[in-house]
Design a protein around this ligand. Structure first.
Ligand SMILES: *Cc1c(COP(=O)(O)O)cnc(C)c1O
Length: 391
């Protein structure tokens, strides 16, 4: 029998919750404080000796944040989680913690925008170089490794083009070369893809997306084994200071209660929406890991437990006026960045191309997110927008 302490229901409803210490309240209190007082100099000194476990000051630890971290680490099947002010803060803190001047990072092509900025602009200023590779091709990852490579950064699937990487194969390759691996797992969450179990070292989230799930907060997470996480905590995390607020941590605890329900709903609905889009004559291509037409379907089935709500399509038309009319006709798919909340979304690459004409993203690409609405409502919304293209 499996250990009940690792069961999802136990983690989400009980783990880390000491109800008898707070009036048996079902919902944990929000410990909205920056500072913690000590009775004796010795107790104070002991706390200062290891800030990764003690509670001194809320830039480091805070009881509400620690309750959240306990659950997040357990969901991931690892020792430790740190929550931060944003997904970008989590990515920056984790990457910076692994490199110094002269080092090299291998990163998958088409990473999240601000991951690319971190490598290209910020770390470039401090003498860290990088190579982007097509992560679908293991040979490219291996070829990009050199003696200075300290980190392989993955995002599977990546959040615009939906390209997967074979996590087990890359973990084996990295271990052979003594290189740390990190993955942005925001797309799948730990409920659907478990990178630690596949040999990846650090798992990073934009908790703004599925983990928070209500489009009402921005947060990030780094998860991993103690031997890496303790240094990240006492080193770069405390120094960079991008901690989460206790209130946002409290909201995230609320969000985790319904995470399985929300992603199962999003997952079931997206399959219906994809089936509609795949047969539609105005659609050139669907970019979706679980599409029957995806060349990576087998890998998706191997390393992801179910489909998730984010995907892209290429429209047949590249005519900006048509694309604009299509997007502006949609009523239920709100036009916006981000994803993972209750509301369905559309993000036209055209908006990026208009703002940055040099951007290489295909002008006819639309990224969709399927939220919690009824799939029939979403399909009807798409149908009405497609009528505009036919006019
Ligand atoms: C949104 C996002 C991020 C950045 O997270 P923030 O919480 O917005 O800072 C990183 N990676 C992916 C895949 C994302 O979608």
């Amino acid at each position: 029998m499996s250990d009940p302490k690792t069961e999802l229901s136990y983690i989400l409803n009980h783990l880390g919750e000491d109800r008898e210490t707070y009036f048996n309240a079902v919902v944990p209190p929000l410990v909205q404080t920056s500072n913690f007082a000590f009775q004796t100099v010795d107790a104070f000194a002991e706390a200062i000796a290891d800030e990764s476990t003690s509670i001194i000051y809320s830039r480091g630890n805070n009881p509400t944040v620690m309750q959240l971290n306990t659950k997040l680490a357990a969901l991931e099947g690892t020792d430790t989680a740190i929550t931060l002010a944003s997904g970008s803060a989590a990515i920056a803190t984790a990457v910076i913690s692994q490199v110094k001047k002269g080092d090299h990072v291998v990163c998958i092509q088409h990473p999240y925008t601000w991951t690319f900025r971190l490598l290209d602009q910020l770390l470039g200023r401090f003498g860290v170089s990088y190579t982007l590779v097509d992560g679908r091709d293991l040979a490219q990852v291996e070829e990009a490794i050199n003696d200075q490579t300290k980190l392989i950064f993955l995002e599977s699937p990546n959040s615009m083009m939906m390209e997967l990487q074979d996590l087990e194969a890359i973990a084996v390759l990295a271990k052979k070369h003594g290189i740390v691996t990190a993955i942005d797992n925001s797309y799948a969450t730990a409920l659907v893809q478990k990178p630690i179990a596949m040999g990846i070292d650090l798992v990073i989230y934009s908790a703004t997306k599925y983990l928070a799930g209500h489009s009402d907060l921005v947060a990030g997470v780094i998860c991993g084994p103690k031997h890496l996480m303790k240094d990240i905590f006492t080193g770069d995390f405390l120094t960079l200071g991008a901690c989460i607020s206790p209130f946002n941590a409290w909201l995230l605890l609320r969000s985790l209660r319904t995470l399985p329900l929300r992603i199962e709903r999003s997952s079931r609905s997206v399959v219906e929406v994809i089936a509609f889009l795949e047969q539609h004559p105005a659609v050139e291509q669907v970019l979706f890991p679980f599409s029957e037409q995806s060349p990576q379907l087998e890998l998706a089935r191997k390393q992801m437990r179910m489909p998730m709500g984010l995907f892209s399509i290429l429209l047949k038309t590249k005519e900006p006026h048509q694309i604009e009319a299509f997007c502006e006709k949609l009523q239920y798919f709100l036009m916006a960045v981000s994803w993972g909340g209750h509301e369905s979304l559309v993000f036209p690459a055209l908006a990026v191309r208009k703002a940055h004409p040099e951007a290489e993203i295909p002008v006819n690409l639309l990224r969709f997110y399927v939220g919690l609405e009824e799939p029939a409502v979403l399909i009807a919304d798409l149908e009405a927008a497609f009528h505009i293209l036919a006019d």
